[in-house]
Design a protein around this ligand. Structure first.
Ligand SMILES: NC(=O)c1ccc[n+]([C@@H]2O[C@H](COP(=O)([O-])OP(=O)(O)OC[C@H]3O[C@@H](n4cnc5c(N)ncnc54)[C@H](O)[C@@H]3O)[C@@H](O)[C@H]2O)c1
Ligand SMILES: [Zn+2]
Length: 451
């Protein structure tokens, strides 16, 4: 009571594109009476009605966000039904809860002593049913929990607790990252760590030969977990190996780059490259946990940090507000939870990327992705009739010397073509969306990015 379930539930439901089911509202609909009225009358009868409404919501096939009445956990049957759901306990201290509840004149918030007793009695029940505990009002916290993302400074040293289960672990890292953080990861994992596998640094890791070597070196059985410690190339490769090894075993991503923490480690896309192109083979395989420890970014070279800054600014433009690493991770996670197989709503994450990919291809991939994205964002903003000064000030994109015809041909091959129009992500007053733009307009913006 007083934790703000309904307000937060509404926000979470909107972010995840799900229906909100408010059990109190359902009870009022069913009985034609107010919750306050029913509670004053007979709390036991109220609980019985509540159990029915909650049970119905929990048994629905379609996943919804359910704001469950504060007393529902006191019912044994409801607690059993809650096993079907991912349960988030919204933690609120008793004084705040009292202030909020007493102010609304709710029948169960009239006597402070009774209120305190009730609060104390329910605490252990909430914790017993909860899959995650989140501070009241923390919408991002709920989304991160639902996406199995754990954000905490120093989390690397608690890896043992953060890797689900208690089975054996194989650690995958490139030599640079292993050199800096390998010992700490090994120390944290203790006896669970049964092997450490080296993969090359950078895009070299995302090759079939490296995947094959990793498959063959792995000694895990199906109770095992792969832990990928590193940038996006390490997590893409290790996640792909996990998706296929023994027909799929769980994996945990511990991203060590800014790109990884706000982008690559989130959303369950894993994969490797082919000579024909990047990311052409892969799988959707959501990590059992993503551990975001921003302290790991301290050793990241400036050049690598800039790569991530481009994706972070992209996310801020999409969200239309400023974001930190945690907020950006939650923003991407929500989009990916809405669209786990990348069949629609996720496509806005490609803001600027149609142009970026074209420039990268025309540069024979000798152009850092972040720099290409910075340029692509300029073009996307211009097509959206938006101000480009933030991109210019924060990312300082410089036109690249590539062949403009090659870049154009690469853009046309990028599958986003519909007749004479080209589909690009633009920002509108109703948020980001994929829109068709005349080919010549898109080409003109592409050419402006070329020196
Ligand atoms: N799966 C997805 O949804 C997704 C999304 C975006 C990008 N990606 C992929 O991510 C890859 C790029 O990832 P990246 O930018 O993280 O590059 P990366 O993995 O190559 O890492 C960059 C370099 O930084 C070093 N490094 C990493 N962490 C460090 C640290 N904490 N301190 C010092 N050095 C460190 C690495 O050794 C490497 O040399 C691309 O292959 C891209 O396709 C995937
Ligand atoms: Zn990108």
């Amino acid at each position: 009571m007083g934790a703000g379930k309904t307000t937060l539930g509404d926000d979470v439901a909107r972010r995840l594109g799900r229906l909100l089911v408010d059990t109190d509202a359902g009870i009022e609909d069913d009985t034609g009476r107010t919750v306050a009225d029913l509670l004053v009358d007979d709390e036991d009868v109220f609980r019985a009605i509540e159990e029915g409404v909650a049970g119905r919501a929990l048994r629905k096939d379609e996943t919804a966000v359910i704001a469950l009445g504060g007393g529902a956990v006191e019912d044994w049957l409801t607690r059993q039904e809650l096993r079907r759901a991912f349960v988030v306990f919204l933690d609120v201290d008793v004084d705040t809860a009292w202030e909020r509840a007493a102010g609304t004149g709710r029948p169960l918030a009239r006597d402070r002593t009774v209120f305190d007793e009730r609060y104390a009695r329910r605490q252990p029940l909430y914790r017993q049913v909860a899959d995650a505990v989140v501070a009241s009002g923390d919408v991002d916290g709920v989304i991160l929990a639902a996406a199995a993302i754990h954000h905490e400074l120093g989390a690397l040293d608690r890896l043992d607790e953060l890797v689900p289960g208690d089975g054996p672990v194989a650690l995958v890292a490139d030599p640079t990252v292993a050199g800096i953080y390998g010992a700490r990861a090994q120390q944290a994992l203790g006896a669970r760590l049964t092997q450490t596998i080296d993969v090359p640094a950078g895009e070299e890791a995302k090759q079939l030969a490296v995947a094959q070597r990793t498959w063959r070196e792995l000694r895990l059985d199906r109770t095992g977990t792969i832990v990928a410690l590193g940038g996006g190339t390490t997590t893409d490769l290790a996640g792909f190996v996990a998706s296929t090894y023994l027909r799929g075993i769980p994996w945990v991503a511990v991203p060590t780059t800014l790109v990884g923490q706000v982008d690559a480690a989130i959303g369950g896309k894993t994969g490797i490259d082919l000579p024909e192109g990047k990311n052409l083979v892969g799988a959707f395989h959501w990590p059992a946990r993503v551990v975001i420890d921003e302290a790991l970014l301290e050793t990241l070279p400036e050049r690598e940090r800039r790569q991530g800054q481009a994706e972070l600014l992209k996310t801020e433009l999409l969200a239309d507000r400023s974001l930190d690493v945690r907020g950006a991770a939650a923003f991407k996670a929500a989009l990916c939870l809405r669209d786990p197989r990348d069949q629609g709503q996720r496509n806005v994450l490609n803001l600027g990327h149609t142009f970026a990919h074209a420039l990268e291809a025309a540069a024979d991939f000798d152009l850092p992705h972040g720099e290409a994205v910075a340029l692509g964002l300029l073009a996307a903003l211009r097509l959206s009739n938006r101000d480009t000064s933030r991109v210019e000030e924060e990312l300082d994109p410089r036109p690249v010397a590539v062949d403009s015809e090659r870049a154009w041909q690469a853009l046309l091959r990028d599958k986003k073509r519909a007749g004479d129009a080209i589909r690009v992500v633009v920002l509108t007053d109703d948020g980001p969306r994929l829109e068709e733009r005349p080919a010549e307009e898109v080409r003109r913006e592409l050419v402006r990015l070329i020196a």
